[in-house]
Design a protein around this ligand. Sequence first.
Ligand code: HAM
Length: 420
Amino acid sequence: MAIARPRGANDFLPSDTAKWRAVEALLRKMCVEYGFGEIRTPIFEETELFARGVGENTDIVQKEMYTFQDQGGRSLTLRPEFTASVCRAYIENKLYGQPQPQKLYCMGPLFRYERPQAGRFRQFHQFNIEIIGVISPLADAEIISFVWDLYRRLGIQGLVLRLNSVGCPACRAVYRAALQDYLRPSLGELCPTCQHRFARNPMRILDCKSDTCRGISAASPRIIDYLCAECAQHFAAVKQNLEICGIPYSLDSSMVRGLDYYTKTVFEICAEGIGAQSAICGGGRYDGLIEMIGGAPTPAVGVALGMERIFVALAAQNDDIKPQTGIGVFIAADFSVDEAVRQAFAMAYDLRKSGVSTAMDYERKSLKAQLKTANRLQAAYTVILGEAETDRGMALVKDMISGEQIEMTVEQARQHLSQR
Ligand code: HAM
């Protein structure tokens, strides 16, 4: 029996990867414009990093990690997110000793054992940016403006930016107690998961999808009414900075995010019409994380966007990335003439060396069939080396857009095409 790929993982074929590369190229270009440098961290880390960083009580750590023991008996985990790894690398490589803030980006595969569905996979890809070492609310707004600008450039419509503040440990403790007081009389009616959450992570109850839990939490106290003066001031400044950029937001006090490291600003951007998994990115400020994993107290803010969800959103809106896929030159040779094949192969090598994408056939196919291939590959030019041309040391060069055909010497053809 043939072996299938693992559930929740995908193969990306050339028609897909061309689109991925077009988006990745745009992201890298934007990173230059916004001043982010690339960081690459290992795909696996000590399990402890995520347990401490993402939080013992989160769904990610409790249920979704791909954790294994290596031959040396160490517990390792395939990264379920980037932020903890980037912070570990920031500490380990003493990036705090370099000019601050450190503006870092990364992209690549991540792994979560989730129930696969449209837009949700077990191996998925994120693009992630972090600004580390700055407390200013300008950084929060810069992070949000980056992703907003990206989706605008990609033409994704119907975006909603949901914004909230989860405060700092001091004001959150007061809020947690108030929330528990409010929920306690209805504890028995909450879903089993939320009953568990009540003691350990009551704010996650606000995010529950069950109708009963939603009904109960609808009138619960709101965190933004409990923010301390500093957190309230920070939140007001973030909102003001978004207004300066003309980025609309909708305040959502029930949004708490699924990772425990957040402080102050949290946000998600959802796209219309892409189904249940509508969050195309999520992020926020995490001023306590670096200290939590062994560094000095360091403020930071970041966002990660789901790469797959960009393509889901574009497909749902009947839009698509149109990468440049056509090749430069296709060389069609008469395979019954050895000299024609030799000249074709030499010309292909010369053109490729001078940077022109060039293709030719390998087998004895008719010239007509080869011209069909040239069309399929969307070649800008086709060179025909038939018996009649080869005998005279000539080549027929066809401009596939205008249809114009010019006969020239093989050397002239090579020069002409390498200058295009
Ligand atoms: P997150 O909300 O867990 O945040 O993930 C960010 C985005 O990754 C989601 O909005 C979604 O687009 C995509 N995503 C998450 N899980 C899956 C999945 N199973 N399949 C497909 N796409 C998925 C974080 O990971 C934080 N580290 C973000 C961050 C960076 N916060 C601060 N800096």
